[in-house]
Write a protein that binds this ligand. Structure first.
Ligand code: GAL
Length: 384
């Protein structure tokens, strides 16, 4: 596996609202917030077939993504083949192969392992089918045309800023708070799956924010595990994170010291970490650590409300779907899709033109403004 260690970026995204047009607003919230739905090619139009490959239904965010992409494409008259591969790489390859065989006009792909699609995407290229990488960069192939995602380095910074905010060290935009406590605070780090390009961007962004405070001794990583290879979580699995957190608590924190903060790059990982803490005698309140997250999954929004998790990063799946759909439609109309970054996402073969969206830190106080007012979750879903 080739690992991409490149740093992220600081792109201006002032064209964002131009691209994320009415389509995003038209997406029904039912599509966003309902549970698993059937996949397949029902309910489409006659503009042709578009294949949409998603990694897994085990995470609610990908269900929301799949539903949003499907409904937006159908609104535009396309038929959609939406498939989930349950994090099984050969299954995803064969699903994409099937889409090509069925005559898909374009493919929108959120990969499981971004390095494993080279051969199937050669088949797509041979059949002149354009490919859009959805949220996760597809690596090691020239046959990926565009990339729709978020500013992933910034997402990582935001995860760190949320941790620093919880410790009273910084504002949510990363600005240091004057007269902040000197610490030291014990911090442990978690990263995502090494086969997902995003994991590097998130981790590098977070470490960019943490490093000066580690250097000053305000933050202490007691385990000394600060390399992404040491802290990665295969397939972003909560159980794996839980097991590693249990090991850390046993090895580093059985001497009476407590862990004050934990960098988690994804809500499912945060939930595993929370289970480990609860199993080791920690309870919410004094001495409970600050924990970050990502994706604003409903169980984690509830956990933020109850104080188990400090924050998450909200990435609006409706907007991401809208960007990817606009890219596909532009390509099929012979137009050039709008992009706002042509530098940062080198996939090992080429730099993939990208459109990067903005993300928002969510903490308890702004749940209503960010998640309820935008219609992403209802009050009843959060409090239910
Ligand atoms: C990443 C994605 C994150 C999170 C994670 C686990 O690729 O950018 O938002 O969803 O996968 O699913």
């Amino acid at each position: 596996m080739t690992i991409n260690r490149m740093k992220g970026n600081t792109v201006k995204k002032n064209v964002f609202f131009a691209v994320v047009a009415a389509g995003a607003l038209a997406v029904s919230m039912a599509a966003c917030s309902s549970g698993a739905t059937s996949t397949g090619t029902d309910g489409g139009g006659d503009k042709g077939l578009i294949g949409v490959a998603m990694p897994t239904k085990s995470s609610e965010r990908w269900i929301a993504d799949g539903n949003a992409v499907k409904s937006q494409l159908e609104e535009q008259g396309f038929t959609v083949d939406l498939q989930y591969a349950e994090d099984d790489i050969p299954m995803q390859v064969s699903q994409i192969e099937n889409m090509i065989t069925k005559g898909a006009e374009a493919l929108i792909v959120a990969s499981i392992d971004g390095t494993t699609l080279t051969s199937v995407l050669q088949d797509a290229a041979d059949a002149d089918i354009p490919v859009i990488a959805y949220d996760r960069l597809i690596r090691d192939t020239e046959n990926v045309d565009y990339y729709a995602s978020f500013d992933n380095f910034k997402v990582g910074q935001q995860q760190a800023w949320s941790v620093l905010n919880g410790l009273g060290l910084a504002e949510l935009d990363g600005t240091p708070i004057e007269g902040a406590p000197a610490g030291p605070f014990n911090l442990e780090l978690f990263a995502g799956s090494l086969d997902d390009n995003n994991a590097f961007f998130f981790f590098n962004g977070a470490m960019d924010a943490f490093q000066p405070l580690i250097d000053d001794g305000v933050l202490v990583v007691k385990s000394n595990q600060t390399d992404i290879e040491q802290v990665a979580t295969l397939r972003w699995a909560g159980e794996e994170a839980q097991a590693r957190m249990e090991d850390l608590l046993t090895a580093q924190y059985s001497d009476g010291t407590v862990v004050n903060a934990i960098l988690s790059p994804y809500d499912g990982i945060s939930r595993g970490i929370i289970s480990a803490l609860e199993g080791s005698g920690y309870s919410v309140g004094d001495g409970w650590p600050i924990i970050s997250g990502q994706d604003a999954e409903i169980d984690s929004v509830k956990a933020i409300n109850s104080g188990e998790q400090y924050g998450t990063i909200f990435k609006d799946t409706r907007e991401l779907a809208s960007v990817a759909v606009n890219m596909a439609v532009a390509l099929l109309n012979g137009e050039t899709p709008e992009t706002n970054n042509s530098e940062d996402y080198d996939n090992g073969v080429k730099t993939v033109p990208s459109f990067l969206l903005d993300s928002t830190i969510v903490v308890k106080d702004n749940i209503p403004a960010v998640l309820i007012d935008s219609g992403y979750w209802t009050e009843a879903e959060i409090n239910g």
